[in-house]
Ligand binder design. Structure first.
Ligand SMILES: O=C(O)C(=O)C[C@]1(C(=O)O)C=C[C@@H](O)C=C1
Length: 371
């Protein structure tokens, strides 16, 4: 209930008269905004010329611009709205320096596409690839500038193919994005009981396990290469009793009915993505570093403790520790570690120096602004 005193409704003429001065002011402000946006674009273009052949995308600077804007914002625009607007402004300014091509795990309509679009804004040219391997290969071959790959999900854990590729790729991690994952159940069918088969990526099936056993206990679950592919298959003419699990974009793209929303078991279900490219990102002041290490004789008592000891001594927080078996090495493992800080921060640099002397293998995948 509003605590405003009841006012008689304005006649259409009186309403138009009351609105008119506000609209006049909005027109003036829009002209100023446009002038300022173009002044900003000119500055970015000048920076682009100075950069020459060097990378135009500077994730550390973008993170600083967005953090500064968040601190400056006095409202009433919501913080998220302001971030989205300035994200787009920077995306367009960057495109004037040089347009970027970004690969992602396709087809169109995947969560990775959403993460890439959010991170790079609308001016980047997004290029779907069939596999995570291909997204990296395109960038390695300089057919694209950056790759966006999923690395872990809060419910289902690591994306193992990405971890394995990180050990061998020459690319560096230079950015991070996180995305709340909300799955829809979509189909040509109109009602849940008509569904006899559900297609989805294995991770999505796992993230919706409780929903599927509760609401579709009889339906056959079929794992496919991506959720967008599941939607594409569910939209085929003969698949009238098939449903797919995936993002809203896929339902819209393939014209499917939404049978249910937020079918993920965990409402905080979040996926983390890395941006990979040829360049290292500079320190932004709020960074994370991803490393891959192998301890000598990791099965010996104290080997891991000795390897990680510099972190605690130098006050460096570890935000992730994940192991993966080494191909062809029975019971041998490499460890994927995320720490807070940039590899150029003095304490992190010191810890890495000491770890390098203690480890069998140490690779800094990259330092990047925290999402
Ligand atoms: O500061 C720069 O290096 C710029 O190119 C400008 C700008 C921006 O629009 O603010 C654009 C692209 C970069 O990724 C970072 C920032």
């Amino acid at each position: 209930m509003s605590d405003q005193p009841d006012r008689p409704p304005l006649t259409p003429e009186a309403l138009a008269q009351a609105i008119a001065p506000h609209r006049e002011r909005i027109d003036q402000i829009d002209a100023q905004l446009l002038e300022l946006l173009n002044q900003r674009a000119n500055q970015a273009r000048a920076i682009g010329t100075l950069k020459g052949e060097a990378a135009v995308y500077r994730p550390e600077r973008e993170a600083q611009v967005l953090a500064r804007i968040a601190a400056l914002n006095a409202g009433p625009l919501h913080g998220n709205a302001v971030q989205r607007i300035f994200r787009e402004v920077m995306s367009e300014c960057l495109a004037l320096e040089r347009p970027l091509t970004v690969t992602y795990l396709g087809p169109r309509g995947t969560f990775t596409e959403q993460a890439a679009a959010r991170h790079f804004g609308s001016a980047a040219l997004l290029q779907p690839c069939a596999t995570i391997d291909e997204t990296l290969r395109e960038v390695e071959a300089r057919q694209a500038d950056y790759a966006v790959v999923p690395i872990e999900n809060s419910s289902e854990g690591a994306v193992n193919r990405t971890l394995d590729l990180l050990t061998s790729t020459e690319l560096r991690a230079c950015g991070e994005a996180t995305l709340r994952i909300h799955h829809l159940l979509m189909s040509q069918a109109q009602e849940l009981p008509e569904v006899i088969q559900v297609y989805a990526h294995p991770q999505a099936l796992a993230q919706c396990r409780d929903f599927l056993s509760r609401c579709l206990p009889q339906a056959e679950q079929v794992a496919v290469s991506s959720n967008a592919e599941a939607a594409r298959l569910a939209a085929q003419p003969q698949q009238t009793h098939t449903a797919a699990i995936g993002p809203g974009q896929a339902a819209a793209l393939y014209g499917l009915n939404v049978l249910d929303q937020n079918v993920e078991d965990d409402p905080n279900n979040t996926t983390r993505f890395l941006v990979l490219g040829h360049q290292a990102a500079g320190p932004s002041g709020a960074d994370r570093t991803t490393l891959i290490v192998a301890a000598p004789q990791a099965d010996h008592a104290g080997a891991m403790h000795r390897l990680l000891e510099p972190f605690s001594r130098l006050g460096i927080s570890m935000t992730k520790l994940e192991s993966r078996p080494v191909r062809g090495g029975l019971w041998q493992y490499v460890f994927f570690i995320d720490i807070e800080g940039h590899a150029d921060d003095p304490s992190v640099a010191q810890a890495l120096l000491e770890m390098r002397q203690r480890a069998n293998f140490l690779k800094v995948v990259g330092s990047y602004p925290r999402a």
